[in-house]
Design a protein around this ligand. Structure first.
Ligand SMILES: Cc1cc2nc3c(=O)[nH]c(=O)nc-3n(C[C@H](O)[C@H](O)[C@H](O)COP(=O)(O)O)c2cc1C
Length: 354
């Protein structure tokens, strides 16, 4: 089991081809009314859509085993689970001998003597279903405090949305299967994913996320900094290989006179004139929307032949991957990024870091 958070704590468990994936969510106040339709809506956003994701279809109905009665939290840890119904383990057998490059097979097989590779075991993106379910509750908790999390797909492969986007546009991305901000980008992203899939290959991309409504000063400092904890949460998502806040790595090539976000009074409130810092300085919110980007690598399981080792013959070998895989995980990862961001903010709120 794997845990994130201190006071608003989430523990993840399960395997892709086990009976279920699930989680334990602690810190939801007793009496908190949970909108179950909202949970179903968030779960739908993680499902493959538009014919561009894995053919594996799951209902993703969330079952509350304890902690919720009649849609209301009872103050006990909430135990939720989601059944795995559509499993096919036959295509994973050969990876015991010839582990997939780019996936967790090799280190997991050498580290855990009894590792179950079917469906990629505990390293499967399937577990993110439980993250999204818990995140849907965390979103409701932080929205009561006026805080929202909205993400969208910024790029897929070489296709990049060059427009400056605002949180309202990110919110509208739910209407497009690729979670883009416009029909034009949705078409471009879809074509890019389809091209990769047709070539037996995969592509990665970037998810951009806004957090709005946080007061100036929200967040911890040093190792409890809001950006530090968000980055850790994002790197916990499988296939995440980079996180940047504001102009991120671009800041390293600029001067301070270009990057410092000027403070201004507007309608009696302090705002920043620009947002190069991504809304966080010193680990705390500076009045601008928090804005960060998460880079996802191309899906490791591809049907093109790849070089690997054979652990049985102890010779070099090759492997091709069959089975049902996402040629690009980015559209589905948008919901996961939002969920991890909401869980992180809910935990910092619960710890009083405001
Ligand atoms: C929503 C989601 C779906 C994923 N689907 C797949 C998949 O179909 N095939 C695959 O090989 N990897 C998939 N992954 C990525 C792997 O889980 C991940 O690359 C693997 O666990 C190795 O971890 P690492 O990439 O963080 O090093 C998915 C990840 C996410 C977040």
């Amino acid at each position: 089991m794997y845990t994130t958070g201190e006071k608003f704590r989430f523990t993840l468990f399960g395997r892709s081809h086990g009976p279920f994936v699930g989680g334990i969510l602690e810190g939801v106040p007793a009496g908190f009314e949970i909108d179950m339709d909202r949970i179903a809506a968030e779960m739908a956003l993680r499902k493959p859509a538009g014919g561009i994701g894995t053919p594996r279809k799951e209902d993703d109905d969330v079952e509350f085993v304890q902690g919720v009665r009649g849609g209301v939290a009872d103050g006990n840890p909430i135990l939720l689970r989601i059944a795995n119904r559509n499993t096919d383990s036959s295509k994973y057998q050969k990876f015991y001998d010839t582990p997939r490059p780019g996936h967790a097979d090799l280190p997991a097989l050498l580290k855990f003597p009894n590792h179950d590779l079917s469906g990629s075991g505990q390293f499967s993106g399937r577990l993110t279903a439980a993250i999204v379910a818990a995140g849907a509750i965390a979103k409701q908790v932080i929205e009561k405090e006026g805080v929202r999390v909205d993400a969208f797909t910024r790029s897929v492969g070489t296709q990049n949305d060059r427009w400056v986007r605002v949180p309202e546009e990110a919110r509208m991305s739910v209407q497009y299967p690729t979670r883009s901000c416009s029909r034009r980008m949705d078409t471009a992203f879809t074509e890019c994913i389809e091209q990769a899939a047709a070539a037996g290959d995969s592509v990665g991309g970037v998810v951009e996320c806004f957090i709005t409504g946080l007061p100036i000063g929200f967040g911890g400092i040093w190792f409890e900094a809001l950006d530090a904890e968000l980055a850790k949460a994002m790197f916990g998502i499988p296939a995440c290989k980079g996180v940047e806040f504001g102009d991120g790595f671009g800041l390293a090539r600029m001067n301070g006179s270009q990057t410092n976000d000027a403070y201004r009074f507007k309608d009696g409130r302090i705002v920043t004139a620009t947002n190069h810092m991504g809304g966080i300085v010193g680990g705390m919110c500076d009045g601008a929307p928090v804005c960060f980007r998460v880079a996802f690598k191309p899906t490791p399981s591809i049907s093109k032949e790849q070089e690997t080792v054979n652990l049985r013959t102890e010779q070099n070998d090759t492997v091709t991957v069959e089975g049902r895989h996402d040629p690009c995980i980015v559209p589905r990862a948008v919901a996961v990024v939002e969920a991890m961001a909401a869980l992180t903010v809910a935990d910092q709120m619960a710890r009083g870091l405001r």
